[in-house]
Write a protein that binds this ligand. Structure first.
Ligand code: C5J
Length: 231
């Protein structure tokens, strides 16, 4: 039996492990550590750290249950040709996208700040989606990867709840994926936005999907499941 059932808002949801992926959004040094993009925009980056342990627990249980784990990173080419000018020109010129910071050029691919934080480092075989936008489907091959693997349900966590997590969940809905947002494995620089963003997902009978805690998902996924079949 590969089906798991989890307590969730607005109601309990069942999903098949074999057609489920865990998507970990933008758990990058640029957002979670001092000196990166998040800090450059004036945010208190320590507010995001609450998501690290729950996201780590989700990654561990997904790996153990043979659930595909996908990581995303927001960032741009080093010539910034894929960055809209309005995004680059925002904020203090010394701290804009592409400017030199303590973790290298801000939000630029290949720089130390663009890396996923060491606590949640991907392992071999886990796709990493480099995205220029907030949504993980925009200008990426995420949809192709999911469809090639027959994925139907996404467990979504990461940062920030109301920006890249929400945008990705909205994009996923329109592409036909069921989304379960992992409440405590997401975080925002604005705790009130985090709370409201989660409520928005589950409101109106689950207009964007479901919201479940990492503890409930870990418990649901810890039940023994057979190994993934090799095609
Ligand atoms: C933001 C993100 N907040 N990953 N990016 O700019 O949510």
């Amino acid at each position: 039996m590969t089906t798991a059932t989890v307590r969730a808002e607005p109601f309990a949801v069942s999903f098949d492990r074999a057609t489920t992926a865990l998507v970990v959004i933008d758990m990058q040094r640029d957002f979670l550590e001092p000196g990166g993009f998040g800090a450059a925009l004036g945010n208190d980056v320590s507010l995001l750290r609450s998501a690290i342990a729950p996201a780590g627990a989700m990654i561990s249980v997904a790996r153990a249950a043979n659930i595909l784990v996908i990581h995303t990173r927001e960032g741009h080419r080093d010539d910034l040709s894929d960055a809209p000018p309005h995004k680059v020109l925002r904020g203090d010129p010394a701290k804009r996208i592409g400017a030199a910071g303590p973790m290298g050029r801000i939000l630029v691919r290949g720089e130390p700040g663009h890396d996923i934080i060491p606590e949640l480092a991907p392992i071999l075989g886990e796709p990493i989606i480099d995205k220029p936008g907030k949504g993980a489907f925009f200008a990426t091959d995420l949809d192709l990867i999911l469809r090639n693997r027959g994925i139907k349900t996404l467990l979504v966590c990461g940062v920030t709840t109301e920006v890249c997590v929400h945008t990705t969940v909205r994009e996923a809905n329109d592409r036909g994926y069921r989304c379960i947002v992992v409440s405590d494995a997401c975080a925002s620089y604005f705790p009130e936005f985090h709370a409201v963003a989660l409520r928005m997902v589950a409101a109106q009978g689950g207009i964007f999907g479901w919201v479940a805690s990492s503890a409930d998902l870990v418990a649901a996924l810890s039940e023994k499941a057979p190994a993934r079949a090799i095609a």
